[in-house]
Design a protein around this ligand. Sequence first.
Ligand code: NAP
Length: 359
Amino acid sequence: MADEKAPRPAVEETIIIGSGPAGWTAGLYTARANLNPLLITGNDYGGQVSITYEVENYPGFPEALSGPELVEKMKEQAEKFGLAVEYDHVSEIVTDQHPFVVRTVNGKEYKAKSLILCTGARPRFLQVPGEQQFTGKGVSYCATCDGFFFRGKELVVVGGGDSAVEEGLFLTKFATKVRIIHRRDELRASKIVRDRAFAHPKMEFVWNSVVTSVNGNGSVSSVSTKNIVTGETAEIKTDGVFVYIGHLPNNDLYHGKLHLDEDGHLITDKKMRTNVPGIFAAGEIQDKVFKQVATSVGQGCSAAMQTEKFLAELESEGYHGGVDPREFPSYAPFVATVKTTATKTTATVTTPERVLVPA
Ligand code: NAP
């Protein structure tokens, strides 16, 4: 297959990292803008939506569709306009020289005039005894992938957000009982989802409680819990534990290179610009508020449009590589950040702070 692909240019116009909704949308828009973009998928192909059983709030699909189906449609649409896709995982980006450098675990090295970072987020772990030991043997982070194995069994789901409750509802298709264990006495999930869960005969709720250990012998047989109001402890028999307690941004590539907020999200402005000129970000790597497929798609679109503008500015200045693009007078200064450490930034303003050293 690789041989059938058109050869890539020595310097890419833009490389998109990540294959969730933000990445595919950035791919679609940059492809339609004739930028000949390259998308590197990352190990978690499709991102979080690809492990979602049903997406019913993405506009245009009134019948709902599965996460993997949606990902395939997005990919197909972007490829139709010329997006090139590499199934590889980025191990390093070099951001203090221009063109930027992208290295992958398969030993490839690319140069790019611009980057669109869409590396998303991953599930947060409970970090209690037994969790790691029983992962894949009863502990799961993906109801879509593993729900089928629990036909006729009892399950617990940890968390109180949309993911926990929606995926808990999905698990009722297989399990005889699904208990939601939540650390407070009210759900964070949206009303429509809450109402559906409260009305479901197979759903039960364990309030004000945290899981303190996952127990079993070879496979999961129970979880230990603690009521954080009364201090009471309990053991709840279960065949499986599904953990949905939020997400952590996939920011390993960016420490010490790009500005991150205190939770580890990339800091961008409204134009999806990071603190390095020519590097944009979209989706859950930079969004800790909305985290919807629809918002990630919108951010991917914005990042792509800004990338196009950035590249057009370089071109209009006669850019041919090896020059700091900020030296061009038409290049609008945009991000300046003060008080930055490798992982923490406390303010964003306007004017680039980093110096791009010609490669
Ligand atoms: P979330 O909204 O951040 O909810 C995480 C849940 O886990 C919260 O209930 C939180 O409790 C609990 N939690 C966090 N840390 C915990 C810990 N250490 N131990 C026990 N419980 C813990 O995450 P999410 O449900 O994955 O949703 C993420 C975003 O995606 C949200 O914006 C959500 O609306 C969106 N989403 C939307 C849909 C949809 O629209 N169909 C579907 C899925 C997700 P507290 O409530 O006490 O903080």
